[in-house]
Design a binder for this molecule. Sequence first.
Ligand code: GAR
Length: 203
Amino acid sequence: SFRIAVFASGSGSNFQAIFDHINQQKLDIHIELLVCDRPGAKVIERAEKAGIPVFAFCPKDYPSREGYEQEIVNKLQEKQINLIVLAGYMRLVTDTLVKSYYGKMINIHPSLLPSFTGLDAIGQAFEYGVKVTGVTVHFVDNGMDTGPIIKQEPVNIHETDTIEELEQNIHKVEHRIYPEVIDWIAGGRVKLEGRKVRLTPKK
Ligand code: GAR
């Protein structure tokens, strides 16, 4: 089966959506590990309930980012992980991970990149007053939210929308498209050619 590790820092609604989708569709994909940099995060409860092993760590316990990332890489190799799925993992990854997993690590970001990178992208778009924002799934490179784009979907911002309504609309899209993209990759349908990502048709 296709073996994935999910990295998350907070609530884990995307983790849950991925887990539920895999089960409901009976996909041959396994979440082998949850990696979490905040030992109190709700996503850890979700993983435990789902019977998925958790590696939770405090970045402060390590001298550098390379320190905990090397420990993560060791665990990923032990479990022969095919794909790293960043789902609300709120820290930059370094070369330690990127060197071993470029093309095998994806992220979801709540804006239409390259607009509104970094923290609180939904709030940034709302405050800016754009009429259209959205969701991006991309391969992870060394930059912040800069890697090759796999899929984007727009979300309209209506005059009457509150920030809470916009957040809900964004999350609804995330929970639908992230499992879909993972399924594409597991099926070998996603080809990375420089900055361009090609989706080959389903057989
Ligand atoms: C999601 O909206 C995700 O796109 C965002 O964090 C949220 C996590 O929610 N990620 C980023 O902003 C990455 N820069 P969740 O914990 O409920 O899945």
